[in-house]
Write a protein that binds this ligand. Structure first.
Ligand SMILES: NC(=O)c1ccc[n+]([C@@H]2O[C@H](COP(=O)([O-])OP(=O)(O)OC[C@H]3O[C@@H](n4cnc5c(N)ncnc54)[C@H](OP(=O)(O)O)[C@@H]3O)[C@@H](O)[C@H]2O)c1
Length: 110
């Protein structure tokens, strides 16, 4: 049996991605855009990425992910970016819910 990881919002909806200095510096050094770096990194991690755009030139950019790669040392740099849970689903936490605290909801992983 095979399992494939699918990125939930592979560009982080571009809010964080575009401002992250590690991402922008890798993009600059490889002559790519921050979106391409993030998508290509996902592919190199074995994930499938399904970005959304309503813009034709960004669509072309998001498809142009093959025939080049992020070198291992830059991938390592990317992988060390501090991870944060951006979507915490706090609305599921309530004194009447089975999850009384945010720690309970996330099994202490927050
Ligand atoms: N995340 C969810 O909650 C969720 C749930 C169900 C289904 N989905 C589906 O999963 C897909 C991706 O999810 P998502 O839209 O949440 O997140 P996303 O793909 O991470 O981010 C989309 C955002 O990034 C921008 N963008 C796309 N390509 C770009 C580029 N090359 N440069 C700069 N900005 C770029 C888009 O703006 P422009 O359109 O203006 O380019 C849009 O604002 C969508 O098809 C969505 O319908 C998501």
């Amino acid at each position: 049996m095979f399992f494939f990881l699918q990125a939930y919002a592979p560009l982080g909806r571009m809010k964080v991605v575009a401002d992250n200095p590690v991402v922008t510096s890798i993009a600059e050094s490889l002559g790519r855009t921050p979106a391409q770096i993030v998508l290509r990194w996902g592919i190199q991690q074995g994930q499938s990425v399904l970005p959304k755009t309503t813009n034709e030139s960004r669509l072309k950019e998001n498809i142009d992910l093959f025939g080049w790669s992020i070198p291992d040392e830059l991938c390592d740099k990317f992988s060390k970016i501090e991870q944060v849970k951006r979507i915490r689903n706090e609305s599921l936490v309530d004194s009447q819910s089975i999850y009384k605290t945010i720690d309970e909801l996330w099994d202490g992983e927050i």
